[in-house]
Design a protein around this ligand. Structure first.
Ligand code: NAD
Ligand code: UDP
Ligand code: UDP
Length: 345
């Protein structure tokens, strides 16, 4: 076990090389776990563009090399194939911890791996242990799912949530709730500088094509000329945030002075039927809708109260759904075309 061998960490490990980036700021070394995924890869783009060094840790469970391939050959970028459930030794200034199977298709496929697995618990524990040892700042990407099927609307960070602990979604909800607990325990108990983001539904280029989330499903279906599948009566609501807004929020949170938790989401609220209409307007007005049975424990409504992030992080989303959606369509068209060609269709 290489971790055991080097557990006797010297002080030298703490001295992270800092090279000036422009005037008044040092170049940082930053780890992004889950950096080959949808959100992570956009975050990596932003951190590299502003001049920092980035190490991505990803086991490619849902992420893809293609999402970060444009940085191959950049000496400031490094990609490590690694499962965060296993310990790792690195020397960095900041850790953005995103690694987690995040879509229903994936987490319902392997719920045990999502929660105990070890990813939300052991993965978060390992990254917190790493942060503690090297004195790095740690940011957790939690989720609006910690509010469960909310009885308070819109949801403020002070709301404790309404989660079914034994349902099919619990592996994700409770996994993230545990990750938040661990994060606060390391903050209080070991003095780790932590940040917690509660992310609301986010969409954009590089989303998994077939991960079952509603925006990726509708967009892919409209492009493939298939009916848009609306689950239940389609009156349940969600609030959809464009990925660049989220990435700006994550960076503002990491760089700011406040632990959080902070809701990061777009307060624009849509029923699934309204979302289907926007997708039709954007891609194909002749698209049809097919109703399907809803899944268990589906939250009836969700909308962030973002006053806290506005006030303390000076952050708010800039792109509406109608502005953001066209930006993911070109990416989806290309990938669907390549996919279908690959399958000989
Ligand atoms: P994603 O599936 O595209 O990215 C997750 C990444 O983590 C993938 O690259 C995957 O390969 C990697 N990963 C998973 N398990 C791992 C492990 N054990 N070790 C190393 N890497 C591992 O999902 P995303 O939408 O980019 O989500 C990123 C983070 O944001 C997740 O923590 C998710 O819970 C959170 N989040 C996302 C949304 C959203 O709407 N996209 C909403 C709320 C919270
Ligand atoms: N850890 C890691 N890298 C490090 C330091 C710790 O992966 O550089 C992991 C380690 O495997 C441990 C977890 O983080 O299981 C928690 O570490 P901590 O030091 O808090 O706990 P301890 O090792 O004392 O149980
Ligand atoms: N949904 C839908 N059609 C789909 C996929 C999802 O109507 O093809 C619904 C789903 O029932 C839920 C909402 O869209 O009410 C958002 O689902 P998603 O899985 O994208 O996000 P989450 O439920 O995690 O917020």
């Amino acid at each position: 076990n290489p971790y055991q061998v080097s557990k006797n960490y010297g002080d030298a490990n703490k001295a992270v090389a800092r090279i000036p980036v422009g005037i008044g700021r040092k170049r940082l070394r930053i780890v992004v776990t889950g950096g080959a995924g949808f959100v992570g890869s956009h975050l990596v783009d932003k951190l590299l563009a502003r001049g920092d060094d980035v190490i991505v840790i990803d086991n490619f469970f849902t992420g893809r090399k293609e999402n970060v391939m444009h940085h191959f050959g950049n000496p400031r970028f490094e990609l490590i194939r690694h499962d965060v459930v296993e310990p790792i030794l690195l020397e960095v200034d900041q850790i953005y911890h995103l690694a987690c199977p995040a879509s229903p298709v994936h987490y319902k496929y392997n719920p045990v791996k999502t929660i105990i697995s070890l990813t939300n618990v052991m993965g978060t524990l390992n990254m917190l242990g790493l942060a503690k040892r090297i004195g790095a700042k740690f940011l957790l990407t939690s989720t609006s799912e910690v509010y469960g099927d909310p009885l308070e609307h819109p949801q403020k960070e002070t709301y404790w949530g309404h989660v079914n602990p034994i349902g099919v979604r619990s592996c994700y909800d409770e996994g993230k709730r545990t990750a938040e607990t661990l994060t606060m325990d390391y903050h209080r108990g070991a003095g780790v500088e932590v940040r917690i983001a509660r992310i609301f539904n986010t969409y954009g280029p590089r989303m998994c094509l077939d991960d079952g989330r509603v925006v990726s499903n509708f967009v892919a279906q409209a492009i493939r000329k298939q009916p848009l599948t609306v689950y239940g009566d389609g009156k349940q609501t969600r609030s959809f945030q464009y990925v660049s807004d989220l990435v700006d929020g994550l960076v503002a949170l990491m760089e700011g002075e406040h632990v959080g938790p902070f809701n990061l989401g777009n307060p624009g609220e849509f029923t699934m039927l309204e979302l289907a209409e926007v997708v039709k307007e954007t891609i194909d007005s002749s698209a049809t809708i097919e109703f399907k049975p809803n899944t268990a424990d589906d939250p009836h409504k969700r909308k962030p109260d973002i006053s806290k992030a506005k006030e303390l992080l000076n952050w708010e989303p800039k792109k509406s759904l109608r502005e953001g959606l066209p930006l993911m369509v070109a990416d989806f068209r290309n990938r669907i075309l390549n996919d279908d060609e690959g399958k000989g269709n």
